[in-house]
Design a protein around this ligand. Structure first.
Ligand SMILES: CC(=O)SCCNC(=O)CCNC(=O)[C@H](O)C(C)(C)COP(=O)(O)OP(=O)(O)OC[C@H]1O[C@@H](n2cnc3c(N)ncnc32)[C@H](O)[C@@H]1OP(=O)(O)O
Ligand SMILES: O=C([O-])CC(=O)C(=O)O
Length: 375
C-alpha cells in the first residue's frame, strides 16, 4: 500500500498533542505501551498488569498486582439502582448503548467530585463493566438475574464466567488476557481523542468515558470486529469467501477488519490475535471459519495491498470462545477503558481546552431576508 496521505480530512498525520502513554507505528513491531513492546506484553502479562501500567504509570510488583486484583474483585457489586436501569433496557438494544447507559448511570450514583478521585473511579468502572454488560445480557436474553460478585481473579475469566455460569479453562482465560491487552490502548485513536476533548473541558470521568464509548461504537472503529464476524459467517468455504470478497471489492464496499488510519504495512496486533484464533479453532475442531478468515486475509493483500487490523481475527477468536457476536465490541470497551482513563488523567495534568480551527467553505456574506421574502 502507498504511504498514507498525511493531511486534509480526518486530521491524518497531524499532531494534536503529546503523550507519554503509547506509540503507534514508530518503534519495534510498531506498538508500545509506556515503552514496552506489545508482543512482549501480550505474550507474558496478565491484563490487570497492563491496566496497572497504563493507569498508574509502571508495571506492578507481585504484591502490588495481588493488591490491585483484590481491589477490583471487591468493586464488583452492581448498585441496585443500576441493576434496575439495566433491567429496563430491551433485549434488542445495541449493547454499546447499554455500556454507555451503564457508565452514565454509575456517574449519577457515584459522582466524581474531585479529580483526586480519578484512579478510584476508573478502577470501579474497570471492575463493573463486565458486570454491566453481562447483567443486562443474561436478564434481557435469558430472564436470569446473575450474581456479579465472583472470585475469578482476572477480568476476562470473570466475564466468561458470568456469561455461561461455568468457570472458564486456563486456555480461554489466557486468550482473554491477550485480547484485552491488545485492545487496551492506541494513542490518539478516535475514541481516545474524543475522551481527551471531553476531559479538556474539565468534565468528570464518567462523561469522558461515555463520550469514548459512543465514539468506539461505529463500524469504522471498534464496531468492526462484529461487522467482520457478520461477514465471515455468511460463507461456508474459503472459495466462497474469496468470490464474496471479490464481489464486495468490485462493488467498492469496505471490508471490515482491514486497513488502518496510521499503520501502512501491518497492524502488529494482528499476528498475535491470529495465533490465538488458530489455536482456539483447533480446540473447537473448526475446519471452516479459520480457513475462511485466512483466505480473506490473502485475497485482501493480493487485491488491495490491505492488511488485517486488530479487529479481523478477533472476530473468529471470540467466536471460538463462544462469545455472542453482539458482545464483541463491549469487550473492547472493558479493555480500552484503561487507555481512555490514562489519557484523561494525562490531559487533566497538562490541560488546555482542545479547540481546533476549521477552514470555512460556506457562502460569503448574504443579506438578511424577512421570512415573507424567502422562497
Ligand atoms: C481497532 C480499530 O479501530 S482498527 C479500524 C477498524 N475499522 C475497520 O476495520 C473498518 C474498515 N477500514 C476502514 O474503513 C479504514 O481502513 C479505516 C477507517 C480503518 C482507516 O481509514 P483511512 O485512514 O481513511 O483509510 P486509507 O486512507 O488508508 O484508505 C486508502 C484507500 O484504501 C481504501 N480502504 C481502506 N480500508 C479499506 C477496507 N477495509 N476495505 C476496502 N477498501 C479500503 C479506502 O477506501 C481508500 O481508497 P480510495 O483512496 O480509493 O478512497
Ligand atoms: O488507532 C486507531 O485509529 C484505531 C485503532 O486501531 C485502535 O483504536 O485500536
Amino acid at each position: 500500500m502507498p504511504d498514507k496521505v498525511l493531511s486534509g480530512e480526518g486530521l491524518r498525520g497531524q499532531s494534536a498533542g503529546s503523550t507519554a502513554i503509547c506509540t503507534v507505528g514508530k518503534t519495534g513491531t510498531g506498538l508500545t505501551y509506556r515503552g514496552y513492546d506489545i508482543s512482549d506484553l501480550a505474550e507474558s502479562a496478565d491484563f490487570e498488569e497492563i491496566a496497572y501500567l497504563l493507569l498508574k504509570g509502571k508495571l506492578p510488583t507481585q504484591a502490588q498486582l495481588d493488591a490491585y486484583k483484590t481491589v477490583l474483585i471487591s468493586y464488583r457489586g452492581l448498585p441496585l439502582a443500576l441493576k434496575l436501569v439495566l433491567e429496563q433496557i430491551p433485549a434488542d438494544a445495541h449493547p454499546m448503548d447499554v455500556m454507555r447507559t451503564g457508565c452514565s448511570m454509575l456517574g449519577n450514583l457515584e459522582q466524581e467530585h474531585e479529580f483526586s478521585e480519578e484512579y478510584d473511579k476508573a478502577d470501579r468502572l474497570l471492575a463493573l463493566f463486565p458486570a454491566i454488560i453481562c447483567y443486562w445480557y443474561r436478564y434481557s436474553h435469558h430472564g436470569v438475574r446473575i450474581e456479579t460478585y465472583c472470585d475469578q481473579d482476572s477480568l476476562g475469566g470473570y466475564f466468561l464466567k458470568m456469561l455461561t455460569d461455568k468457570s472458564p479453562s486456563e486456555l480461554h482465560k489466557r486468550a482473554m488476557h491477550c485480547s484485552l491487552i491488545l485492545y487496551a490502548e492506541h494513542e490518539f485513536n478516535a475514541s481516545t481523542f474524543a475522551a481527551r476533548v471531553c476531559a479538556s473541558t474539565l468534565s468528570d470521568l464518567h462523561s469522558c468515558i461515555a463520550t469514548a464509548i459512543g465514539t468506539l461504537r461505529g463500524p469504522l472503529h471498534g464496531g468492526a470486529n462484529e461487522a467482520a464476524m457478520a461477514m465471515i459467517e455468511q460463507w461456508q468455504t474459503a472459495d466462497e469467501a474469496e468470490a464474496g470478497i471479490l464481489t464486495m471489492l468490485a462493488n467498492k464496499e469496505k471490508i471490515m477488519g482491514f486497513g488502518h488510519a496510521v499503520y501502512s504495512e501491518s497492524d502488529p496486533r494482528n499476528v498475535l490475535i491470529k495465533r490465538w484464533s488458530k489455536l482456539l479453532s483447533e480446540e473447537a475442531d473448526d475446519a471452516v471459519l479459520y480457513a475462511i478468515s485466512e483466505r480473506v486475509e490473502t485475497v485482501m493483500k493480493r487485491e488491495k495491498g490491505l492488511f488485517c487490523n486488530a479487529d479481523f481475527f478477533h472476530a473468529s477468536a471470540y467466536h471460538f470462545l463462544n462469545i455472542p457476536t453482539k458482545l464483541f465490541t463491549p469487550i473492547f470497551v472493558m479493555s480500552r477503558l484503561t487507555g481512555w482513563a490514562a489519557h484523561v488523567f494525562e490531559q487533566r495534568a497538562h490541560n488546555r481546552i482542545i479547540r481546533p480551527s476549521a477552514d470555512y467553505i460556506g457562502p460569503e456574506h448574504q443579506d438578511w431576508l424577512p421570512i415573507d421574502k424567502r422562497h
